[in-house]
Ligand binder design. Structure first.
Ligand SMILES: Cc1cc2nc3c(=O)[nH]c(=O)nc-3n(C[C@H](O)[C@H](O)[C@H](O)COP(=O)(O)OP(=O)(O)OC[C@H]3O[C@@H](n4cnc5c(N)ncnc54)[C@H](O)[C@@H]3O)c2cc1C
Length: 344
């Protein structure tokens, strides 16, 4: 029977980054991906990378990810196409301005000193298509930006393989063998695998602002996105033209020039949401040897690099350079939920 010290279920950004970090520390890793690497949420992702969150844990995690993306090519030997063009939050409600005032204090306190307020006139100079009549203020962080999910994921996958990790596509994990409260192995479409430790990185298979409309330059066009808050939980990934109309109506309000744009291509993907919009990172408690890195609630691409490194440290060193206890699964049992409010 095949065996591995660690089996990772799922080969999106999270699984691939984790395979690389664990292998870098000489752990014997087997990653099993049901489809192809990076083909699910990671493959649908808009590539936004920002540090402007409302929860301290997310801000710290993101500062680390940004640093890792800045030195990605040097470390991994593959470009991340990380373009630090900044990220502008457009605020139209007094409550948002008050909330972002608290956020700004937090950002400066944890060292994100480059984040700053931008008035509507400056925002319009930055983004000429922006309609700013009803805008009360904006926050801007110039070290935020966009990176390529395909490059980052395939870069981590290739680096993990170079170091000796086994990454297999087209193999579905169908069950977990547990005895005496401890993981013994996984059942897969290609036979059983013996292991004492499983990482669940299976993404979606394991609200915030007035609207969540966002846009950024993409090739010779503009990428426009918005989450559908009315979509019931499920696995539907069809493009809804009715929803696109709603999205374009929002675009017409905020950036009228975009409303007249033609549609080159459209796609939909899954967000894996938790009740507090925060990831679940670390051991799952009840079954020894079962760890989780999922539930990223729409910000998993940007959090993947740091989350993978910190989880590797937690597993091997029993501590991590940034405290990730606020992402622990046990917070649900304790009822200690602090919602992340900057969810897009
Ligand atoms: C339209 C859209 C835009 C987004 N924009 C952004 C953004 O700008 N910035 C950002 O940070 N995030 C964004 N996100 C969110 C981000 O894409 C996800 O949080 C992130 O990709 C999650 O990565 P993952 O590796 O956890 O999951 P996934 O990429 O979904 O990977 C999980 C993998 O597990 C595999 N799998 C599932 N079950 C099994 C099984 N039983 N056996 C084997 N394999 C299995 C799946 O096939 C899949 O490949 C966006 C998401 C969408 C849909």
């Amino acid at each position: 029977m095949e065996s591995a010290d660690v089996v990772i279920v799922g080969g999106g950004i999270m699984g691939c980054a984790l395979a690389y970090q664990l292998r870098r520390r000489n752990v014997d890793v087997l990653l099993l991906e049901r489809e192809t690497l990076g083909s699910q949420s990671t493959g649908k992702c808009a590539g936004g990378v920002r540090q402007q969150f409302s929860n301290e844990g997310n801000v710290r995690l993101q500062r680390m990810s940004v640093g890792m993306l800045e030195s990605f090519e040097e470390e991994i030997g593959h470009p991340a196409d990380f373009r630090q063009i900044g990220y502008l939050f457009v605020l139209t409600q007094p409550q948002q301005v008050e909330d972002f005032g608290h956020n700004m204090d937090l950002w400066h306190r944890v060292g994100l000193s480059e984040a700053r307020w931008v008035d509507p006139a400056e925002a319009q100079r930055m983004v000429p298509v922006l309609k700013v009549e009803d805008v009360l203020g904006c926050t801007f962080c110039p070290t935020d930006g966009i990176a390529s999910p395909a490059d980052v994921t395939s870069g981590y996958a290739a680096a993990a393989r170079r170091l000796g990790a086994r990454l297999k596509e087209g193999v579905a994990v169908t069950g977990i063998n547990v005895a005496s409260g401890r993981v013994q192995g996984v059942r897969t479409s290609a036979g059983d695998v013996a292991t004492r430790l499983i990482f669940n990185c299976a993404g979606a298979w394991s609200a915030s602002f007035q609207t969540s409309l966002y846009f950024h330059p993409e090739g010779d066009g503009v990428l426009i996105g918005m989450s559908d808050r009315e979509e019931p939980p499920g696995y539907v990934e069809d493009v809804s033209w009715e929803f696109l109309e709603k999205m374009f109506a929002q675009a017409a309000r905020r950036a009228p020039a975009l409303a007249a744009a033609g549609v080159k291509t459209a796609w939909a993907g899954l967000y894996e949401m938790t009740p507090d919009h925060q990831a679940i990172l670390g051991p799952m408690g009840e079954v020894e040897g079962f760890w989780c890195a999922a539930g990223f609630s729409g910000h998993g691409f940007m959090q993947g690099p740091a989350a993978a490194l910190l989880l590797t440290q937690l597993l091997l060193d029993h501590t991590s350079e940034i405290d990730i206890s606020s992402f622990a699964f046990e917070r649900f049992a304790r009822g200690a939920l602090v919602k992340e409010r900057n969810v897009i």
